[in-house]
Ligand binder design. Sequence first.
Ligand code: PMP
Ligand code: GLU
Length: 400
Amino acid sequence: MNSILSDRILNMEESATLAMAKKARELKAQGIDIISLSLGEPDFKTPKHIQQAAKDAIDEGKYFAYPPVAGYQDLREAIAKKLREENNIAQAKAEHIVVSVGAKHSIANTFMCIINEGDEVVIFSPYWVSYAEIIKLCGGVPVLIEGTLENNFKATAAQLEAAITPKTKAVIYSSPCNPTGSVFSQQELEAIAGVVMKHPNMVVIADEIYELINFTGKNFSIASLPGMFERTVTVNGFSKGYAMTGWRVGYICAPLEIAKAVEKMQGQFTSGLTGIAQRAALAGIAGDQTPSKDMATEYLKRRDLVLGLLRDIPGIKTHVPEGAFYFFPDVTAFFGKSAHGHSVANADDLCLYLLAVANVSLVTGSAFGAPNCVRISYAASEAELIEAMKRIKKALGDLA
Ligand code: PMP
Ligand code: GLU
């Protein structure tokens, strides 16, 4: 019998990040002492003043009805103000902002609104797991341009130019990048914008969700470049910088035509985001930024800690990430080896080996378009990171 399920879902890969997190959770529930470095999720609590705003919103009793589809006006205004003042996106106004159920939803909405069957979307690779699946779901064709460890995993504007065809509709990257932690410099973004400006039928999706975890001290938004506002969908959200993953607040800033289309799409799929979560987000964006800065300082300390520990493991090759909270080392030195009844042919096997033998969960690089690597999330306590690296070093050392 044919499956009741659609080809759409049958052809979709499960999110590898969430799948690995689920596996780690299940093993923990069985009493196994797993250290989970698989999920890109802050281990901090949402700052107190944001929690308080949500409590106040409930007590005020004004936010229980369907919110406007694109988000409350004051939240959209606060986001637009931030984009003007901090990201130099001078044209940003409330009407360009659509608030959604996390940045993942913002990205899905955007692709649903711009992709026709067979359209191509260029992805700077290594890339976040969900981009390619969402693009395929919308009938699009992902076209990967690959960065390598040697150039800090940053594919170039020249590679973008070479990948563009008459079917290219968009290009997407994240900076700071998940999974590599690399950050595009202003010059690199200017070069990318230069290519996009030559192709009037394509837009850039700039995923800036790790904006507040950037150790270079320099944030740059491609939408701030001359002529680029009309050609860019800036994606951002509260999950990472405000430790609000479970509140599910993301947004886009897009040219009016796309913003209106996304609002229409959202009106048929989800309606507006939970009112209480929007009030919390408003307190986040308009309130004290000190907790976000403190979290970023803490991530930088952990990056340096893990860097030192990784450099001490023979066979691991890594660059120095400049943002987000991931390492993305090359692990090919361990391919073809075995130990403890496991043979390691590739990064998938290595992750399963480390889960079983070291009880540490990572995510295979193949999920991010880089089968020679694994992703380590260091959004965990220093004690957990030290113990995890010790276990990983021992288990890798056993492979022969
Ligand atoms: N973009 C990137 C690069 C991410 O790592 C994530 C994962 N949180 C998202 C978008 C989606 O974030 P959320 O839906 O939690 O806002
Ligand atoms: N973005 C995070 C990650 O890459 C959270 C999980 C997800 O949504 O993919 O781990």
